[in-house]
Design a protein around this ligand. Structure first.
Ligand SMILES: Cc1cc2nc3c(=O)[nH]c(=O)nc-3n(C[C@H](O)[C@H](O)[C@H](O)COP(=O)(O)OP(=O)(O)OC[C@H]3O[C@@H](n4cnc5c(N)ncnc54)[C@H](O)[C@@H]3O)c2cc1C
Length: 384
């Protein structure tokens, strides 16, 4: 039995960030990962400045920005027309490449162990984590950062509640044309009709190539999904017909990866000695682009605010753990991400009178803004 202050299970974005933040604060930290390398995984491929700022707070900004492709701003199209141009710096990367780069930048003080967890015994004072290779660790706190994986949650008796099953579908693919072939730094092209079940297509650079993420309100098992995977170019012409008219031929190279999304949050999670972060705690819709922000907010509040307080006194009862789950910054981040996830789908697909009115309002405001912009552009051609 080895002693350590904190065991973190799961070395994705949240687990690696937590390990880095805690080691920098001087805690003896053990990070348990199922595999040496994070496997190929279609997940977040774009980060904004606010997420980079959270990575800076945990000490991983340099490793992240060295791995990612930076680009300045976005052209936003609504109903096939450009309505905005500009915005802050963003970064693109394959998710596994990003996580592996962050793993390589882990401080030397982090004890990194590749093994499977076979048993976890948690209590108000000490926790024990047993591994498949026979090793075991005694610690004061266990952090579960296992993302969508259910195994560890089940071992500690935490249930999950699916808030919205088959909520959305994400499709990821590369384009034949290279980054320099397009006039925009990055593009967001929203669905051209209210009833088309398309949230948006975004195009952005990763290295020299252009990556596409298409977010739709469709089921993984439906015919549309099979057709899109088989004929993505035809699929794009059908869902965003004005895209090729605006930017020329859009051909897809390589496979189309599709990921169905269930919105989820945990139940019975307030327990002695163990705490959940990131997607292990709550999964929101990728359409909102808030998953990473949420995971890094969890890590920031837990590692920089709560753990230092908890370690000032003995014990790690559920009363201490409850302070993190009630943290107003965490709660606000989780709630707004979940609300945004549910509302983004309703405005696109809900047939009720209330959402029909919201759609009408959104369209009218959008058209008014577009008309004002055109008027201003005509009067001040040099600033158009
Ligand atoms: C298709 C898609 C697109 C997305 N796009 C965006 C976006 O544009 N912007 C955004 O902000 N968010 C996006 N997200 C959400 C974002 O990717 C996640 O919220 C974020 O990556 C969660 O990080 P995490 O560390 O909690 O989980 P993960 O990164 O999944 O890490 C979990 C880790 O735990 C490991 N693990 C699992 N079980 C065990 C076990 N038993 N033992 C040991 N290790 C284990 C896994 O192998 C993995 O390494 C997207 C998600 C998807 C699916």
């Amino acid at each position: 039995m080895q002693h350590t202050d904190i065991v973190i299970i799961g070395a994705g974005l949240a687990g690696v960030s937590a390990a880095t933040a805690l080691a920098r604060r001087g805690y003896d930290t053990t990070l348990i990962r199922a595999r040496d390398h994070h496997p190929p995984d279609f997940r977040a491929e774009k980060l904004g400045e606010s997420q980079m700022e959270l990575l800076r707070k945990v000490g991983l900004e340099a490793a992240a920005s060295a791995q990612m492709t930076a680009f300045d701003g976005v052209w936003l199209y609504r109903f096939g027309r450009r309505v905005e141009q500009g915005g802050e710096r963003e970064y693109g990367s394959d998710y596994a490449d990003l996580v592996n780069a962050l793993r390589s930048a882990l401080p030397a003080e982090v004890r990194s162990v590749v093994a499977k967890v076979t048993q976890i015994d948690c209590g108000p004072d000490h926790q024990r984590v047993m591994l498949s290779d026979g090793r075991s660790y005694e610690c004061r706190l266990v952090i579960v950062a296992t993302g969508l994986g259910d195994t560890i949650r089940k071992k500690i008796g935490v249930d999950k509640q699916v808030v919205s099953p088959a909520h959305s579908l994400c499709c990821g693919f590369d384009l034949v044309r290279a980054r320099n072939d397009f006039p925009f730094p990055s593009l967001v092209w929203t669905g051209e009709r209210f009833n088309d079940r398309i949230s948006y297509l975004t195009l952005f650079p990763i290295g020299d190539k252009i990556r596409a993420n298409l977010f739709v309100y469709r089921d993984f098992a439906e015919e549309w999904t099979r057709r899109f995977r088989a004929e993505p170019r035809e699929g794009l012409r059908e869902v965003v017909p004005n895209l090729e008219r605006t930017f020329g031929s859009i051909e897809v190279v390589g496979p189309v990866i599709t990921r169905p999304i269930d919105l989820m949050r945990v139940r019975n999670h307030q327990r002695d000695g163990v705490v959940l972060v990131g997607d292990a705690f709550c999964v929101v819709c990728p359409i909102t682009g808030t998953g990473i922000d949420k995971a890094l907010t969890d890590v920031d509040r837990l590692c920089n605010v709560h753990i230092p307080r908890w370690f000032e006194s003995p014990g790690m009862s559920s009363t201490k753990i409850a302070q993190y789950y009630a943290d107003p910054v965490k709660v606000a981040r989780d709630e707004s991400a979940m609300k945004m996830s549910l509302e983004s789908k309703s405005i696109k697909t809900d047939p009720s009178f209330y959402w029909a009115l919201r759609r009408l309002r959104s369209r009218t405001l959008g058209q008014a803004r577009y008309a004002v912009r055109r008027l201003v552009a005509r009067q001040e051609p040099s600033t158009a």
